[in-house]
Design a protein around this ligand. Structure first.
Ligand code: ZN
Ligand code: ZN
Length: 377
């Protein structure tokens, strides 16, 4: 085991990220040390890279970024009960307290004491990361390769918001074709929606929306700034049954309430940077809408659905991996993401090499069914 490792860190309260050499962390009694095989960048990392209002309030440098990852456990603390050296794992990025009202009533994804990896505690854009055993999620390497396994965390956001309602036979609009919107199109289509209308302004993303199965993709810039008439026309003159708002853009949020049919449902998942003005009387009450506002993933319900969608091949995420990179390309990758010219960019911190753990794998002394379905073991 080396003493130091490379890590992508925010060193000071300013824009940018740096790749630096830091000590390899050691796991506490209830933690595991994971050799990171793949990690992926997301919008949160982009906010921190830019050092916008949100990140300057939330992030306390120095900090290693990265909350989407997978890898192999190479060491475990004394009190780790089930995870084993050699296990190929991902992790729920939200480390919750386990003691508050939400945690104790099956709503841990709303825990007010949540610490997020790579946001509130050291993250996974490094050769190694320490995480508590309680957030570990077991993967089957034969069924989900590392580049896809790292995507389970953000894909779970889409699974949570899309599968909160019965989509089969419904007309659906997905507003915003960033990674979560694109994941959502794939899920919506594969679980039997009648039609999936998508919207975005970036040509690269519009192309990917078609690849993920969107029935039609509308660019507001080509619809006179407003897609509502175009969607209604494509949907037989009616508003859609369900709108999944994944962009957080104020214009898209107001569109969501106008493009939904009377009695339909709007799911808000995209996060606006500022308050948004909505005509509550005309566009909500008089339409008898159901409105859901969601964040995160259900821990761990969503992970089981996520695993099934990926292992069964129901949704194929491969078209959404724009490129894989090494440490030195991080700032270029962030530029690319901020231009909207990329979907998921995957970091391979250990250049795709497997860890050397021969002979160190412990015998199982407890139920191996940590959170994996027994059939996969
Ligand atoms: Zn993320
Ligand atoms: Zn809690």
């Amino acid at each position: 085991m080396p003493e130091t490792m490379r890590a992508i860190r925010k060193l000071s309260p300013a824009a940018g990220l740096e790749v630096v050499e830091i000590p390899v962390p050691s796991p506490g009694p209830e933690d595991v040390l994971v050799y990171v095989e793949a990690a992926s960048f997301c919008g949160t990392d982009l906010h921190i890279w830019k050092w916008d209002d949100w990140s300057s309030r939330r992030i306390k440098p120095p900090l290693t970024l990265g909350h989407e990852f997978c890898g192999t456990i190479i060491a475990a603390g004394d009190k780790v009960r089930r995870a084993q050296v050699g296990d190929f794992v991902s992790a729920e990025s939200h480390v919750t307290c386990g003691m508050c009202y939400q945690c104790r009533t099956g709503q841990a994804h709303m825990c007010p004491n949540t610490e997020i990896l790579g946001v509130d505690r050291e993250g996974a854009f490094a050769n190694y990361v320490v995480v508590p055993e309680k957030v570990i999620w077991q993967n089957d390497r034969e069924k989900i390769p590392p580049q896809i396994a790292t995507l389970q965390e953000p894909f779970g956001n889409a699974v949570f918001s899309a599968m909160n309602q019965d989509l089969s036979g419904q007309s659906v609009a997905v507003l915003g074709c960033g990674p979560i919107g694109l994941f959502t199109i794939g899920i919506t289509k594969s679980v039997g929606a009648k039609a999936v209308f998508a919207s975005d302004i970036h040509p690269y993303r519009i192309d990917l929306a078609r690849k993920m199965g969107a029935t039609e993709v509308f660019n507001p810039k080509e619809c006179g700034g407003d897609i509502v008439d175009s969607v209604l026309k494509a949907n037989g003159g009616y508003g859609v049954d369900i709108v999944l708002e994944m962009s957080g853009a104020p214009s898209a949020i107001t569109t969501a309430f106008r493009v939904v049919r009377n009695g339909g449902k709007v799911v808000l998942f995209g996060i606006p940077a500022k308050p948004v003005e909505i005509d509550v009387a005309e566009n909500m009450i008089f339409k008898n809408l159901t409105v859901l506002a969601l964040n995160g993933r259900r821990i761990f319900d969503t992970w089981y659905k996520t695993r099934w969608l990926l292992e069964s091949g129901t949704v194929d995420l491969r078209p959404l991996i724009t490129k894989t990179i090494g440490f030195d390309e991080v700032n270029d990758a962030m530029e690319m993401l901020s231009r909207g010219d990329a979907c998921k960019i995957v970091l391979l911190p250990n250049d795709g090499k497997l860890p050397d753990i021969a002979g160190k794998k412990r015998d199982r002394t407890v139920d191996p069914n940590i959170s994996a379905a027994p059939v996969h073991r």
